[in-house]
Design a protein around this ligand. Structure first.
Ligand code: G3H
Ligand code: 13P
Ligand code: ZN
Length: 284
């Protein structure tokens, strides 16, 4: 199938109350594991590349890898830019063939965030590309931010309503207690806030920093309207742990395929498990 847009894939998820996994990809093996999992689970999937991933793999290469995998697949695959921070980067991705982009202007005050997102939406809409934006701030687990400060960054439901209306975004990333990277303790999600946002906004809600969030909390978030779930750290840990294991078991192995192949296998299994948890399995 040709690449699908985020708006179309999430519209289906909204109808049937499940979430679609958005998995970060940086290389061939990760792309193959993610799309392979989607095929096996008959699930829609979002493959996302961060600016760091694009720098590492090259814009043309990462686009070609995902597009080629999608064309050979029988399930909907979205190619999405994760945390695009500037207009030019977003435009380059649209020109390269991404079917969805995130413009992350959450570091700016509300008015400036709205202005930056609206500018991207105007162009993206004209060429049929979906747009995700973030309101509130999702920190990194490594940032030493106090709980009260973290809560000050949480998404305000009334601001969310205004943000969606004034920008015309297709999906809204919210800050409700998750963070990027590995958690030290157990993350606590503000589910009440999530339910309020859901009741007030008309577009699908996105949960970032979902690695390490307990399954029960993920299910509760989906019940309250989360439709796109971003996972990176869990994948990195799974992939790298298997590489380390193989290298420890066979210290004289020098064929990268013998190390990356087993890592790709366990990564696919991990992605499949997430698809079952998110309820997207069997929905393609
Ligand atoms: O949210 C960020 C993603 O985990 C991507 O991370 O910028 O290191 O590629 P990265
Ligand atoms: P994690 O690495 O914490 O899973 O976060 C992924 C993410 O939000 C990508 O945008
Ligand atoms: Zn994120």
């Amino acid at each position: 199938m040709s690449l699908e847009t985020l708006a179309n894939v999430l519209a289906e998820a909204e109808k049937k109350n499940y979430a679609v996994g958005a998995f970060n990809a940086n290389n061939l093996e990760i792309v193959q594991a993610i799309v392979g999992a989607a095929e096996k689970q008959n699930s829609p999937v979002i493959v996302q590349a961060s600016q760091g991933a694009i720098k590492y793999a090259g814009l043309e290469q990462i686009t070609a890898m995902v597009r080629t995998a999608a064309m050979a697949a029988s399930v909907p695959v979205v190619l999405h830019l994760d945390h695009g921070t500037d207009f030019d980067q977003v435009m380059r991705c649209i020109c390269a063939g991404f079917t969805s982009v995130m413009i992350d202007a959450s570091a700016f005050l509300l008015e400036e965030n709205i202005a930056r997102v609206r500018k991207v939406v105007e162009v993206a809409r004209a060429v049929g590309v979906s747009v995700e934006a973030e309101l509130g701030r999702i920190s990194g687990t490594e940032e030493h931010v106090s709980v009260s400060k973290k809560e000050a960054f949480f998404t305000d439901p009334d601001e969310a309503t205004r943000f969606v209306e004034e920008t015309g975004v297709d999906a809204l990333a919210v800050s409700i207690g998750t963070a990027h990277g590995p958690y030290k303790g157990e993350p606590k999600l503000d589910l009440e806030r999530l339910a309020k946002i859901k009741a007030q906004v008309t577009v699908p809600i996105v949960l970032h920093g979902a690695s390490g969030v307990p399954d029960a909390a993920i299910r509760a978030a989906i019940q309250r309207g989360v439709r796109k779930i971003n996972i990176d750290t869990d994948l990195r840990q799974t992939f790298t742990a298997r590489m380390r294991e193989v290298m420890a078991e066979k210290p004289s192995e020098y064929d990268p395929r013998k190390i990356l192949g087993p890592a790709r296998e366990v990564l696919q299994q991990a992605v499949e498990k997430k698809m079952v948890l998110f309820g997207s399995s069997g929905q393609a």
